[in-house]
Design a binder for this molecule. Structure first.
Ligand code: FAD
Length: 496
């Protein structure tokens, strides 16, 4: 089957709904539910987008010759990387960078595991073959995935294996000839409305040998029997796209994943019980590099959106002459340019890895993924500080036709815009910065790749900084040599 269109995605979702619970009810139809249809329609929009830009967003499947989504492609050349960036930028622009789990994010992960199948085959040749077969299955059906990596936040003072309840974290309960059974939970899975779920080890946190029953990587349909998703309360206040411009469209949901004796067939398994192999899986296969590439594209789009939004706010209420406003706009511009520069560097220094897959350069990607969690909350704060009371003063769409219609026209004007232009702009700024949707985005970006505190630890461990130290050593030795040579000269006594 070639790459999907939006209608194909919605049809498949309607016929194969995952077991998702929200505010005490099981959601029967995501395509019509007021708090889920926005996300379902946005996903459909992304599938339609690819057929509107086939040159950039689609690519020929090597074996079938059919067009598949480019983000499932295993890149072999620098041009492939450049086209991937263009494709992922288009997807990110679609949601103003607000859909952190647009399908391309995990498509990149699966393409990487298929490209780096030899790493998985080292543990078990079946797992290497499974990665290739799964990739074919997912790319040819153009499925979208959710994923879950982290164990529930019960007691962080001890490992998952040492929790009071051994089945708190999702754990292998029983091994069978045809697969195994999983019981327990994982936290979280953003975008549970999906075709399949990747249940993998953390990209960041390493496990100990006693965690072996919790160490695995597999991908199964999201509607597999026994798999349940418990959502948080939706941040879509109402499905009205005018009042709640971002939340009504791009609320992805976050869910705790419950494995109620879920059967996982061997054909779906990529990693199993080998803690050491699991700990290195994302780095060794290249998956973390290709996922970071996708995330950086999103952050280029997201920082540009925040820059554009702030600039329009400034313009609309005539605050462009104030010095601190310049500083804030320059911070936004620098954030965007920094993300663009990291992307360019990652593309420019791409190289073939040991599996013959073209990888964007890791150092700029790692720098970008460590910087953005600290940058994004600042961008949100700038929107808050520039928008000020205007962010909490805007009427709803209903008010525009209500009894105070004329007063609204008069009192909601801006410096260079009328009320009908200013109100939606400020509603958008409100949704990006202080609504439940906006504040959840700030938390999301902060924890996007894991706890930034522990990410810094991994960064220090993985980047030796030898060259920088050698340069300083060189300067120090010059200092010492010069001091010694000074000391060896005969002393001149002052006043002699
Ligand atoms: C909006 C959102 C969406 C998410 N979506 C997904 C998803 O789709 N899939 C997925 O797998 N995960 C997802 N996550 C989970 C994300 O990976 C975690 O939030 C992140 O790894 C941090 O883990 P935690 O939330 O369990 O925090 P914890 O590990 O419980 O940390 C809580 C606090 O304790 C501190 N702390 C805990 N342990 C240590 C330690 N050993 N050393 C130093 N400090 C420590 C942390 O710094 C933090 O301040 C999402 C999270 C958020 C907020």
């Amino acid at each position: 089957m070639p790459a999907r269109k939006g209608a194909d995605f919605l049809k498949h979702l309607k016929n194969n709904p995952p077991e998702i619970y929200h505010r005490g009810e099981r959601i029967a139809d995501f395509t019509t539910h007021p708090e889920f249809k926005g996300h379902a329609n946005s996903l459909a929009g992304i599938y339609d987008l690819q057929w509107k830009n086939p040159d950039v967003m689609l690519v020929k499947d090597d074996e079938t010759g059919e067009m598949i989504g480019r983000t499932y492609h295993i890149p072999k050349t620098a041009e492939d990387i450049r086209l991937l960036s263009q494709c992922m930028l288009k997807i990110a622009d679609f949601s103003c960078g607000m859909m952190g789990r647009s399908p391309d994010y995990l498509n990149r992960a699966m393409a990487s595991y298929a490209g780096g199948w030899k790493y998985l085959a080292e543990q078990d040749p079946r797992f290497g073959e499974n990665a290739k077969t799964l990739h074919r299955h997912l790319s040819r059906n153009d499925f979208c995935m959710t994923h879950t990596l982290i164990n529930p936040q019960a007691n962080r003072a001890v490992s998952v294996a040492a929790q009071k309840d051994p089945y708190m974290g999702a754990r292998i309960k029983e091994e069978r000839a045809d697969g195994f059974i999983i019981r327990g939970a994982r936290m979280l899975a953003t975008a549970p409305v999906s075709d399949e779920i990747m249940v993998f080890p953390s990209t960041l946190l390493t496990s100990n040998p006693e965690d072996a029953p919790y160490a695995f990587g597999f991908c199964i349909p999201s509607n597999t029997p026994g798999l349940k998703f418990q959502c948080r309360e939706s941040v879509t206040y109402n499905p009205n796209g005018y009042d709640h411009p971002l939340g009504s469209r791009f609320e992805e949901q976050d869910a705790v994943v419950i494995f109620d004796d879920v059967f996982v067939p061997w054909e779906k398994v990529l990693l199993y019980k080998n803690v050491e192999v699991c700990n290195r899986a994302y780095a060794a296969s290249g998956a973390v590099v290709h996922m970071s590439h996708q995330v950086l594209c999103k952050n280029v789009a997201k920082s540009e959106f925040m820059l554009g939004l702030a600039s329009l706010l400034v313009d609309s209420i005539g605050i462009e002459q104030f010095q601190h406003v310049h500083e804030k706009l320059s911070d936004l511009w620098i954030a965007h340019e920094t993300m663009k520069a990291f992307l360019r560097a990652a593309e420019a220094d791409c190289h073939l890895d040991e599996y013959g897959v073209m990888r964007p350069a890791w150092d700029p990607l790692d720098a970008a993924r460590n910087l953005f969690p600290k940058t994004y909350p600042k961008l949100v704060q700038i929107i808050q500080q520039l928008g000020a009371s205007g962010l909490v003063a805007m009427p709803t769409h209903e008010d525009l036709n209500g009894p105070l219609k004329e007063e609204i026209k008069q009192y909601y004007q801006g410096a260079r815009v009328d009320a009908y232009e200013r109100i939606p702009l400020f509603r958008l700024a409100w949704d990006a910065s202080i609504s439940a949707f906006g504040t959840r985005q700030a938390l999301y970006e902060y924890f996007f790749f894991g706890d930034p505190v522990r990410m810094a630890g991994a960064l220090v461990k993985n980047h030796p900084r030898k060259e920088a130290m050698e340069k300083v050593q060189h300067f120090l030795s010059k200092m010492r040599d010069e001091a010694e040579s000074e000391a060896s000269k005969p002393r001149q006594t002052v006043g002699a």
